[in-house]
Design a protein around this ligand. Structure first.
Ligand code: COA
Length: 175
């Protein structure tokens, strides 16, 4: 039985992520999608919101588990003795340098932690969570970029966040 983990921020989960999840789930007996924290990023969605969105997006997919972890991926790998490999998606050569560095760091921290890369499908190579957030905040149509079951929830939540930011910025100007 081979188990892989697919780590990421998933802020929010996009069709690009779902593409990798679907394809990786056919390559391994079990795929654990784990929401982690990149301390250099600021997030729109809390960890529990990101988990809930992933759970909805993967409903009906039998060999998928959704998890989250507040710590190093290498430590999560150490704790989960059932995990064999890390899966990451590569959208373009620009992803490569960063992913290569992370793969080596994870292996250095835990010699068992091997990473395999799956090339993103051609139709999803331009999608990123930041792009999705920008489109949603200005009221654009997200339906092509995020799973249909979570598209309305993501749009509503991000529009509300943007309105709140604008309200706070206006308040600051009035002071
Ligand atoms: N399709 C679409 N978009 C994709 C994608 C795909 N297949 N693969 C990645 N992306 C996008 C993401 O949406 C994200 O977009 P954004 O930058 O606009 O938010 C971007 O590519 C990077 O995604 P991700 O691979 O999730 O990187 P990240 O920097 O957000 O998160 C962690 C990386 C969370 C996995 C990493 O920081 C981590 O392991 N954190 C735990 C602490 C740790 O161990 N640190 C690392 C030591 S090396």
């Amino acid at each position: 039985m081979k188990t892989a983990i697919y780590p990421g921020s998933f802020d929010p989960c996009t069709n690009g992520h779902l593409d990798i999840i679907k394809r990786a789930s056919t390559m391994f007996d079990k795929l654990i999608v784990v929401v982690l924290i990149n301390p250099l990023k600021s997030y729109s969605f809390s960890i529990s919101e990101r988990r809930a969105l992933l759970e909805k997006a993967t409903t009906g997919m039998k060999n998928i588990e959704i998890d989250s972890y507040d710590g190093l991926l290498a430590d999560y790998f150490t704790q989960r003795s059932d995990v064999d490999v890390i899966v990451k998606g590569l959208r373009a050569t620009s992803d490569f340098e960063y992913e290569f560095q992370m793969a080596h760091t994870n292996k250095d921290l835990n010699s068992r932690a091997e990473t395999v890369f799956i090339p993103a499908s051609a139709t999803t190579t331009f999608i990123s969570s930041s792009m999705v957030k920008q489109v949603a905040m200005f009221g654009g149509d997200l339906s092509k970029y995020v799973p249909s079951v979570i598209h309305k929830e993501i749009s509503t939540r991000l529009k509300a966040e943007f309105e709140e930011k604008k309200r706070l910025a206006a308040l600051k100007q009035d002071l």
